[in-house]
Design a protein around this ligand. Sequence first.
Ligand code: DX5
Ligand code: ZN
Length: 217
Amino acid sequence: MMKPLIAPSILSADFAFLARDIEMLNDSEADWVHIDIMDGVFVPNISFGFPVLKYVAKLSKKPLDVHLMIVQPEKFIPEVKALGAHTMNVHYEACPHLHRVVQQIREAGMQPAVTLNPATPVMLLKDIIRDVYMVLLMGVNPGFGGQKFIAHTVDKVRELRELIDATGSKALIEVDGGVNLETGAQLVKAGADVLVAGNAVFSAQNPVDAIHLLKDL
Ligand code: DX5
Ligand code: ZN
C-alpha cells in the first residue's frame, strides 16, 4: 500500500499565529496545505477569503489544495489561480454545469477536483470520473472542523475505488472531515490516496508528530 498524501487543513490553525502555523507545515511531512473557503450560503459558516489567503500562499512552500464550499465556485477560478493553487475542489452540489467548470479549472492551469457531500452518491460521478484529477469525499457535513466522522464514508471510498478501477480513471481519492489515526487507517485500507486533517493535526500536542503518524499509516 502506498503512503497517503497528507493535507493539513488550516481551518483548525490558530489564526492569530497563522504565519507560525504555515511555517510549521513547511517544516513537516505535510504534502499539501488544505484551504477551506466558505460563503455562509452553501455552508452555514464563513472562514477566510482571498485577502488573507494571499499571505498564506506567499508563506507556504507546499502545494495548495483549495476547497471551495461556496455557490457558483466558477466565479472565483481567477482568484484561486492567482493564489498559485495546485488543486481546485468544487462541490458537485454547487455546480449544475459541472463538466464545464471542470474544463474551466483545467484551462486555467489547475487540477480539477470534485467534492461530494455525505448524502451524495458516488455513482453520480460516473460520467465525469475520467475528467477529474481527484474526488474529495466529505467525511462530515461541510462547514466546521472538529466534527465526528460519518462511518459510511469508508464504504463510499471502496465504491469510488471500484468506479475508478472499472473506468480506467486515474483520479485520486481524498477524504476530508473527521480524519484521525483511527479513521485514517480505515480510509487508507479502503483505497484513499489523500487525507485532509484539521483537528487531528492542530489540536495535537505536537502537530509535526501528528502529521508524521498520519503519513505513516
Ligand atoms: C470542513 C472542512 C474540513 C475541515 C476538516 O467543512 O472542509 O477541511 O477543516 O476538519 P477536521 O479534520 O477537524 O474534521
Ligand atoms: Zn475541506
